[in-house]
Ligand binder design. Structure first.
Ligand code: PLP
Length: 419
């Protein structure tokens, strides 16, 4: 699976033993497979080879420079949700004409930064935002390319925290308001209408919700065309799921077939904003067993990684597979795998049958490439962990482990506290 495989007793990323990486870089550590990142990007890209399209990788899933650079080298653009993400993507060498900017809370300085950069388009999420973008563009003598993010009111059938396309969600402009906003946009001085956008949620395991929203947006597009408004780009967002446990998401090729069938006659340029689908199964988090303890009711395995390093289990109750880095345990045990954080929500696996890990054993949490490091924090004053990228039989540290000095970077003791 995805270039993380056993050779004999040992788990490898491509041709490098995870044990060797930990011996060099320490634990915990995120490890990404370059070949897997490329394979996933190309599989997605190839699914749309019959139509003009741009893959704008969703930076928030994994925003590390080397990951961005991998996709930029393959011709990818980016979907950003902040000025910080724009900065990262530009540093990694993205073509500004392949940048789309989503998010409900764009600040003035972020809008101005994106305008000066010359991004392809803003995915506008509210009436007031549209007005503000026009004002700022006019003030600095630029035109803002925009798409309206239409909220199609489609249930993606995923976790409520990552559902974004239902009417009661904070995202986008409702379908009944979209036409009026496009007509208003047409006459705003700082605005150029270039697209139409929707993104209905994350970790979708069926194609139907995507097609349902296309059907709804096609009606909007038809009405716009009658009004002389012809958006060129049709941004279908991200959200295609991956297998963490027993999910059976469609292959990108099958997703592609249905999307192409539903959009081809429109003659538009498609944009996709995949995140998880490309990076999720291209990374693992390696961690070490510190202690074990057995209670009457429960067994615990305490490890050196916690919810600050991989938040998804604590945040959404998500499942990550657990694999021994070296298979030398005697038998199995049902246990909670927990971190050092002083919170009961600090678990990476619950009531899971796992090998009988001993003190010092290493384990890998699978499918940790998306919303893993990117969501990590230094909560409990734990320096954020290192990240490594493997290519063939070599690996490089692509982000240094933070030091304890980094923890107080930018802090100062208020002058009135020192005599
Ligand atoms: C998070 C997000 C994405 C990426 O979602 P995935 O499920 O990781 O593919 C794409 N577009 C927007 C607007 C997002 O907020």
């Amino acid at each position: 699976m995805n270039h993380f495989q056993y050779k004999g007793n040992e788990l490898y990323a491509e041709d490098v033993a995870i044990r060797e990486i930990v011996a060099t870089v320490g634990s915990p550590v995120y490890v990404y497979s370059h070949a897997t990142l490329e394979r996933h990007f190309k599989a997605f890209d190839d699914s749309f080879s019959t139509m003009p399209h741009t893959i704008c990788y969703s930076v928030k899933a994994n925003s590390t420079q080397s990951v961005l650079k991998t996709f930029i080298n393959l011709g990818g653009g980016v979907d950003i949700v902040s000025g910080g993400e724009l900065f990262r993507a530009l540093k990694a060498g993205v073509d500004p004409k392949k940048v789309v900017y989503s998010g409900v809370g764009k600040k003035d300085d972020e809008i101005e930064y994106a305008l000066n950069t010359g991004i392809l388009m803003f995915n506008v999420e509210s009436e007031q935002e549209l007005t503000r973008i026009s004002e700022i563009a006019t003030r600095i003598g630029r035109k803002a390319g925009i798409a309206i993010r239409v909220n199609p009111d489609v249930d993606p059938g995923t976790h409520p925290y990552i559902t974004t396309g239902l009417k009661n969600a904070k995202f986008g402009i409702t379908i009944d308001r979209a036409i009026a906003e496009y007509k208003r946009a047409k006459d705003l001085p700082g605005i150029e209408i270039v697209g139409i956008d929707c993104h209905i949620g994350s970790q979708l395991t069926k194609v139907n919700p995507f097609v349902d929203s296309i059907v709804k947006l096609r009606k909007v597009i038809a009405t716009l065309r009658e009004a002389g408004i012809n958006p060129k780009y049709f941004d279908l967002g991200g959200g295609l799921g991956i297998q963490y446990n027993d999910e059976e998401p469609p292959l990108p090729a099958d997703y592609g077939k249905e999307i192409v069938a539903a959009t081809k006659d429109l003659g538009m340029h498609l944009i996709f904003e995949p995140g998880r689908n490309i990076v999720g199964n291209a990374g693992i988090l390696a961690a070490k067993c510190l202690y074990t303890k057995a209670r009457d009711e429960k067994n615990f395995i305490m490890i050196d990684a916690g919810m600050n390093d991989l938040a998804r289990p604590a945040l959404y109750g998500s499942f990550h597979g657990v694999l021994p880095v070296v298979k030398d345990q005697d038998g199995v045990i049902v246990a909670d795998i927990v971190g050092p954080i002083c919170e009961s929500g600090d678990f990476l696996a619950k009531d899971r049958e796992v090998p009988m890990f001993k003190q010092g054993d290493l384990m890998a949490f699978t499918s940790a490439g998306a919303y893993g490091f990117a969501m990590s924090s230094s909560y409990n004053s734990r320096p954020r962990v290192a990240e490594v990228m493997v290519k063939g039989d070599t690996f490089e540290v692509i982000r240094e482990r933070e030091t304890i000095e980094d923890l107080i970077k930018g802090e100062k003791i208020a002058s009135f506290l020192v005599a």
